[in-house]
Design a protein around this ligand. Structure first.
Ligand code: PSU
Ligand code: MN
Length: 330
């Protein structure tokens, strides 16, 4: 076990017994939603994971320790800190650890901690991606590189239309990251179900998804998988309604010179303001749905691993019996 890592006892127990665990990120708490909806949602997401048979492990850095699984107090503290908590991606981890700092982990940093802890499934709202105008700004989320290298599957509602979704898919293709649509052929666009862009494969059950993950990692193919779960129709904000607001928020980024890690939180907050909170309500619903799906995929993956372990034990027993027989015959 990594010397910098603390695994919550309940999470450690579940991992030890081969039960399913779902990692959850914390930047969505500090930077993705306002107080107090952020605390309320973080707790409801953990409960949703439990209701579907898995143990939640919310990830953060607390006082220089990598945490897989937070206490209620830890979650509340990050929720209250909001934007004043550092947003921690791969780049920022060593700095925070060396300085015994506390911060909220992005998708990238959450994947790193999940992998260290042995957690394979992670639920969030949306992943970072290639920003519009990236050809000149070079603004491409570190989440995409992480998906290329770290073996954790991320259940999300696609990526927000604040991004260039087409370039995001191109980047993932180059990096060898499969993008699965759960019950859809199209990459969902977060608030909206459709983007007009195709996923690599539509799969309709958690078991089918688990088989893809199992095959990928069994083949020694490192890296993650994007499991894109479209928002439920009753909670969706149609593309044509959200597009104008996104356009306005993007113009404000330009006008105000917002840069770097501040871009995504700025856009999320602005779109929420402009939609009068409708986007926040949609965001909450889609995160809950992703947590439920992630727990079901984690359960299916745990069942596959248990089957495999059983088969391996059986094969060993047969081998031992044959050897014993051969020894008797000799
Ligand atoms: N997209 C969302 N909500 C979020 C984020 C992205 O819909 O809260 C957060 C995630 O933590 C993601 C991060 O990993 O923003 C991406 O930030 P950046 O674009 O700076 O890499
Ligand atoms: Mn960025």
């Amino acid at each position: 076990m990594n010397a910098l890592l603390d695994i919550h006892p309940e999470v450690a127990d579940a991992l030890h017994h081969g039960r399913s665990v779902v990692a959850l990120e914390s930047t969505i708490i500090s930077h993705g939603m306002p107080w107090p909806q952020n605390l309320e949602t973080a707790l409801r997401v953990e409960a949703a994971v439990r209701e579907h048979g898995a143990v939640p492990a919310t990830v953060a850095v607390m006082a220089g320790r990598l945490k897989a699984g937070l206490t209620h107090d830890d979650i509340e503290s990050l929720a209250r800190q909001g934007l004043t908590a550092p947003k921690v991606s791969r780049r920022d981890l060593p700095l925070l650890l060396a300085e015994a700092g506390t911060g909220a982990t992005t998708v990238a940093a959450t994947m790193i901690v999940a992998a260290l802890a042995g957690i394979r499934i992670f639920a969030t709202g949306g992943i970072g991606g290639v920003h519009r105008g990236a050809a000149t700004s070079f603004d491409i989320s570190a989440d995409l590189q992480e998906l290329a290298r770290t073996s954790v599957a991320v259940v999300c509602a696609g990526a927000k239309a604040i991004l260039d979704l087409k370039l995001t898919l191109e980047y993932l293709e180059t990096q060898g990251v499969p993008v699965i649509g759960f019950g859809t052929d199209e990459l969902p666009a977060f608030y909206s179900r459709a983007s007009g862009l195709k996923v690599n494969r539509r799969l309709d059950t958690p078991e089918q998804i688990a088989r893809v993950l199992h095959a990928k990692w069994q083949a020694g193919l490192q890296g993650g998988v994007v499991i894109a779960n479209p928002i439920a129709p009753e909670h969706e904000i149609p593309r044509e309604r959200i597009d104008g607001y996104i356009g306005q928020a993007l113009r404000e980024v330009q006008q105000q010179g917002v840069e770097g890690a501040a871009v995504t939180p700025f856009l999320l907050a602005r779109v929420s303001e402009l939609t009068g909170g409708a986007s926040l309500a949609a965001n909450i619903e889609l995160v809950l749905a992703n947590a439920r799906l992630a727990a079901r995929v984690a359960g299916a993956l745990a069942a596959l691993s248990a089957d495999e372990a059983r088969a391996a034990r059986q094969a060993e027993a047969v081998e031992a019996a044959m050897q014993a027989q051969a020894a008797l015959g000799a």
